[in-house]
Design a protein around this ligand. Structure first.
Ligand code: ATP
Ligand code: MG
Length: 420
């Protein structure tokens, strides 16, 4: 049998209600904060990610699903959402329509990582992007909405870590400082890390190589190298967080896995997720538009993984999610099938999506039909057999109250509406 691709799971019908609940809640929170949805394609030209996410990042270096299509275009399944949103923003001149845009996206992302709990090759992200302002209060609001999302889902033991990557000048200076520092430890670096040391030494702070753990611990602190403007921005963000009552921990090791970040970088961790405990994160990316050949447009965003949210809440929510009431229409006789079908259709059109109306097929006998209704967690069954047909009546059973009534074929809509 052909199986699904490793790390790209099916989401089956017993899980989709919780997915929809999570998606609906996320949309509603973001729309309350005045974000509007944008949908970009799941494939882009590879150069979009190489130029923005960066060649030295893990994503571009080893995790992208890229291929050459029949037209010889180098295409990549999107590994993240920010670069595509910025591409669309620039391409459609959204900045000309208004100087400040708040956009969100939701959908699958693709990274060829080692699959494990909370880490997949096709996973889903929701992300928000606020484009066109460098106001530190935008940073505060961005973090506030991500925190609100985590709190709304009651994610346990939330921890917000924040850092500043400063402006371009800060990073140019700091790269030299880091280079000098890591060069002293060059013997401990792998070949890949030596390349990073030359091309982008900030990346080394992100390294999971255990040999580097103590070296990274003692590495210079970027916050001590911020330019005055960068320091001012960071202080304003922290003051804003204080004023908003959002607790945080400053962690100068947060560099994030994408090259385009500057100034504010943040990450939110939750308690019950094991080692894959980062639920979401983000930061400023004031130069991303420039990487794409346009002018510099200040912007900030976050992305959050839906699988990790669902892992964290599914046990609790299994019992809480409400479902629509359900009726099963059962024809016990070949001749009753037409009436069963029209009755189902009448209910579907009159009840305006307020109820699930299931017409049973291949009915063998009453016992089997009721077993199926039970398995389907039906609230009511409507039975049409020979007697019912003769008397133009339907038999309705309320499966909770264990009551049974005989009603006229026309009376079913009224009966069911009263029960809703
Ligand atoms: P991690 O440190 O866990 O690898 P990341 O820094 O690569 O995360 P981002 O690229 O910032 O993550 O993506 C934001 C969020 O998307 C993460 O916090 C996580 O919830 C989710 N995420 C990232 N990669 C995966 C994946 N392979 N499978 C499932 N969720 C993921
Ligand atoms: Mg990662």
């Amino acid at each position: 049998m052909i199986q699904n691709i490793k790390g790209m799971p099916d989401i089956l019908a017993d899980e989709t209600p919780i997915w929809r609940f999570v998606e609906d809640t996320l949309r509603s929170i973001l729309e309350t904060y005045a974000y509007e949805e944008i949908r970009t394609p799941i494939m882009e030209e590879t150069s979009l990610f190489v130029r923005t996410v960066g060649e030295t990042s893990d994503i571009v270096g080893k995790e992208m699903y890229s291929f050459i299509d029949q037209g010889e275009t180098n295409i990549t399944l999107r590994p993240e959402g920010t670069a595509p949103v910025m591409r669309a923003y620039l391409q459609h001149h959204l900045g000309q329509q208004s100087s400040f845009s708040k956009l969100y996206y939701i959908g699958p992302m693709f990274r060829r990582e080692r699959p494990q709990k909370g880490r997949l090759r096709q996973f889903h992200q929701i992300g928000a992007e606020a484009i066109g302002s460098s106001d530190p209060w935008v940073d505060v609001e961005m973090i506030a909405v991500l925190m609100e999302i985590c709190q709304r889902f009651k994610l346990p033991e939330l921890r917000l870590e924040i850092n500043s990557l400063g402006d371009a000048q800060t990073r140019t200076n700091f790269r030299e400082v880091l280079k000098k520092y890591f060069q002293k430890h060059a013997s401990k670096l792998s070949d890949g890390e030596k390349v990073r040391l030359e091309k982008n030494p900030l990346r080394l702070l992100d390294s999971k190589n255990p040999d580097l753990a103590t070296i990274i611990q003692d590495a210079p602190n970027i916050l001590e190298h911020l330019t005055p403007d960068s320091k001012k921005h960071f202080d304003q963000v922290l003051n804003g967080l204080n004023a908003a009552g959002i607790p945080y921990v400053v962690n100068n090791r947060i560099v994030r896995g994408l090259d385009y970040y500057c100034h504010t970088a943040f990450e939110i961790m939750a308690g019950n997720l094991g080692s894959q405990n980062s639920v979401g994160g983000g930061g400023r990316y004031d130069t991303l538009s420039k990487d794409l050949g346009d002018k510099e447009i200040p912007a900030i965003g976050f992305a959050m993984g839906l699988e990790r949210v669902i892992l964290s809440i599914e046990e609790r929510l299994k019992t809480e999610l409400t479902r629509k009431k359900r009726i099963e229409i059962i024809a016990l006789d070949e001749k009753a099938r037409e009436l069963a079908f029209t009755t189902a259709q009448k209910l579907r059109s009159e009840l305006n999506d307020k109820m699930t109306i299931d017409l049973q097929f291949d009915t063998k006998n009453m016992k089997k039909a009721l077993q199926l209704a039970d398995k389907n967690k039906a609230d009511f069954v409507c039975i049409i057999g020979e007697d019912e047909l003769k008397n133009k009546k339907l038999t309705i059973k309320d499966l909770h109250k264990r009551e049974q009534e005989s009603i006229s074929a026309d009376g079913i809509v009224k009966y069911v509406k009263e029960k809703l």
